[in-house]
Design a protein around this ligand. Structure first.
Ligand code: KMH
Ligand code: ZN
Length: 278
C-alpha cells in the first residue's frame, strides 16, 4: 500500500476539560498519561496530543509536568508527541505557550477565537502570530486547529507572512458548542477549502467523533479520537480507555481499505524529520 494513503490516528488522551467524575478512566498523572499513550500506540495511534494536569486534576501548562510525561512516553515508544498550546479556557498566552521550550515534534496552533461552551477560547491575531513564530524558530510542526471556517483563511495569511510553512497539517475540530457544527457537509467544505498539498484530520466532539472519523477515513483524511473529545464508547456507555477508541478506528479503517500509519510512516506523511524507533 502507498504509505501516503495510510491513516494517521491521533489519541487526544486527557484534554483540559474532562474530569475523572466524567469518566473514571481519564488519565491524569504523568504515569497514567504515559501508560495511556503506550496503550494507544499499541492499539495503532501514531501521535499523542497531550495536556498536563496538576495533582488536583486541574489543567496546567507546567513545563515540568510535560517534561515528565514526555520522558515516560519516549522511553517506551516512538510516538509523535504533540503538545497543546490551547491549554484550558482562561489561561494566559504566556502560560499556554510555555511548553514550547521543550521543543516537541508538534504543537497545536489555533488560528482564531471561538466560543467554547460557556467560555471563550481566546486567540487574537497577536497570540496566533507569537505562537506561530515561536514554533517556526524552534522547528516545531504546528497542527493548525480549526474550530470554525474563518480560521482557515487566517492560517493561509500566516503562510503569506512567512510564519507558517506549507504543507500545513490541519485538525478540523467539529462540534464544540460555539464552534462549527459536526456535519459531513461542513467537513467536506473545510477539506475543499484548504490547499491540495495540505494534510488534515478530524476531531468530532462527543457523539460526532465516530461518524466524522468514518467520513475522514473515506475522504482520505486522518482521525483524532480520545477522552479530550469524547468519553463514550456508545450512547450511555463510557469508554474504558483511549486505546479502546483507537482500536475501533483501526478495525473500521482496515475494513474500508486504509491501513494504519506507524509513527515512522506518520512522520513521512507529515514531513517531519525521521526519528529512531524503539
Ligand atoms: N482546551 C481547549 C480550550 C488545543 O489543545 O490546542 C483548547 C484545546 C486546543 O484543547
Ligand atoms: Zn487539546
Amino acid at each position: 500500500m502507498n504509505p501516503s494513503n495510510k491513516l494517521i490516528i491521533t489519541a487526544a488522551l486527557t484534554g483540559a476539560e474532562t474530569t475523572k467524575a466524567d469518566n473514571p478512566h481519564l488519565p491524569i498523572t504523568p504515569e497514567e498519561i504515559a501508560q495511556a499513550a503506550y496503550d494507544a500506540y499499541q492499539a495503532g495511534a501514531s501521535i499523542v496530543h497531550l495536556h498536563g494536569r496538576d495533582e488536583d486534576g486541574a489543567a496546567t501548562q507546567d513545563i515540568e509536568i510535560y517534561r515528565r510525561i514526555i520522558e515516560l512516553i519516549s522511553t517506551q515508544c516512538d510516538l509523535i508527541i504533540q503538545l497543546s498550546t490551547g491549554g484550558g479556557v482562561g489561561m494566559s498566552p504566556q502560560e499556554r505557550g510555555a511548553p514550547l521550550v521543550l521543543r516537541p515534534e508538534m504543537a497545536t496552533l489555533t488560528t482564531g477565537t471561538v466560543n467554547f461552551g460557556d467560555g471563550v477560547f481566546l486567540n487574537p491575531r497577536s497570540v496566533i502570530e507569537e505562537f506561530a513564530a515561536k514554533m517556526k524558530d524552534l522547528g516545531i510542526k504546528p497542527e493548525v486547529e480549526i474550530f470554525d471556517l474563518g480560521m482557515i483563511p487566517t492560517a493561509m495569511s500566516l503562510v503569506r507572512k512567512g510564519l507558517l510553512s506549507e504543507p500545513i497539517h490541519f485538525d478540523f475540530v467539529l462540534g464544540v458548542p460555539g464552534g462549527c457544527a459536526a456535519t459531513v457537509k461542513n467537513l467536506l467544505h473545510m477539506k475543499e477549502t484548504i490547499p491540495p498539498n495540505a494534510t488534515w484530520q478530524v476531531a468530532g466532539i462527543g457523539r460526532h467523533e465516530l461518524p466524522l472519523a468514518v467520513a475522514a477515513i473515506i475522504l482520505g483524511g486522518h482521525v483524532r479520537v480520545g477522552f479530550e473529545d469524547n468519553i463514550y464508547y456508545t450512547k450511555g456507555v463510557l469508554a474504558e480507555s483511549n486505546a479502546q477508541l483507537v482500536k475501533r478506528i483501526v478495525r473500521i479503517a482496515r475494513e474500508l481499505g486504509r491501513d494504519i500509519a506507524t509513527p515512522t510512516e506518520a512522520r513521512a506523511i507529515l514531513g517531519l524529520p525521521t526519528k529512531g524507533g524503539c
